[in-house]
Design a protein around this ligand. Sequence first.
Ligand SMILES: Cc1ncc(COP(=O)(O)O)c(C=O)c1O
Length: 511
Amino acid sequence: MTKSSSLDFPLDTFQDYLQRAVELIIQQYQAMPDTPAYNAQNEAQVRAHFSEPLPEAGAEFANVLQQVSERVYGHATMNIAPKMFAYVMSGGNQVAVIADLLNSAINQNVTKWHLAPSLTEIERCVIRWAAEFIGLPSSYGGAVVTGGSGANLAGLTIARNVYFKDQGIREQGWFGQTPCVVYASTETHNSVLKSIELLGIGRNQYRQIPVLADYTIDTQALRQQIQQDREQGLKPFCVVGNAGTVNTGAIDPLNELADTAQQEQLWLHVDGCYGGLASALNELSEQYIGMERADSIALDFHKWWYQNFEIGCVLVKNWQQLYDTYYTPASYLDEGPAQAHSAVTKSTEPRFNITEHHFDLSRNGKALKAWMSLKTFGAERMRQMIRKDIQLTCYLAEQIHQCEDLELVSPPCLGIVCFRYIGATATAASNGSLDRYDKQQNQEQLEAQIDRWNRLLIPALEQDGRVFITGTTLHQRRVVRACLINHRLSEENIDYLVAVVREVAASISKD
Ligand SMILES: Cc1ncc(COP(=O)(O)O)c(C=O)c1O
């Protein structure tokens, strides 16, 4: 065989390279306790590593692996470590690591049944398990997608195509239709707004309904807005409820939203990407009442099923809705008449083609990692880990409460708690010897000072790198937001987080 006849290595070389890659992975896990959460070089240095021209001639694979070791693994953000509290970054799990490798090695395309028979059935099984995990019937249909944003887009696409089916939405598009309106709280994830734009609904037809003090949707304001839109000749179409908001973990009153949706004949989509899977905990199930009435639900397995990126899922009440939304015939996908097929294959069942139930044609077998993880750990272990994250979030809130220089801004909710650094000045400002005017002036100055500290705190913590945490804005105040979604977390990690935040904050407030 000449060197150019294929891209393959001899099998023993392939095996050697695989082993080296495995060693690299093991080293990364060994180094986890001592590696900073954030240790990227600056932007110019990172870019310099990857600014070389297209390599015309290849290099030794061992050299390439070495570069990955130094330039990618060596400076990777430690999402896997229990020092990551930013955004919604689950630590993944080791079974999923292995599953992704196994999946890639057989390079299945989970699109037409005969291209990936086992992985097609695995995907259907994972969808059934997801429904079961959150207490829904196994008759639900769904699609495994890239993540939460993909799940919201899929849910709202199905919503549009099913709701407006009789108006010929797939044939006519929005042409000649009364503009339709979608409702969601101001705390809703931006992937909902992005989806509304992509679906041609337009952001002017997206009503961001105010929230109450606990960051859940103001249902009275929602009903008033629907009424007002009807009076203006618009077509209210869909309401989006949050089963755990991204900012604070707040769960909207889903049952009330379901009632409103029913009365007003709207589609109810629930964004359960962050918190939907936590509804599997008995002690929380009451908070989620009404989710089972949703027409579509977005879930994210790379959050509370501890999957490695990327994998999410949309669930709808039956498979037909997916088929009605996506099925688009094409001669090059046609296997010929079903009868001819069954005559040859002796199979009596029609084949289930995922591509007929989803947008993508070529798709990898990402469901394998969820399937292998659930089989290895079982649903109960998953529930235990979610429960642990939630308990640790309460523990974090208690620690914050006990620190006079920190202030809780939102109560612990699911795995999120928001707080801010207030320094030692808060009590000084409320000092009784000042008159009312001075006190108010003092309070305003102090508020501005606190806001400045908290704006500086996040980049300062990134620079420090020992933990990775980000912020958000709640009621116009900049706050630090901790999101705990890692089965590797313990109280010790929480104590460490609090100590690092206080230390870095104290150094800022000195300047
Ligand atoms: C409530 C909610 N919806 C949607 C998303 C988007 O998910 P993804 O990042 O997987 O696209 C997130 C992400 O954090 C989320 O918290």
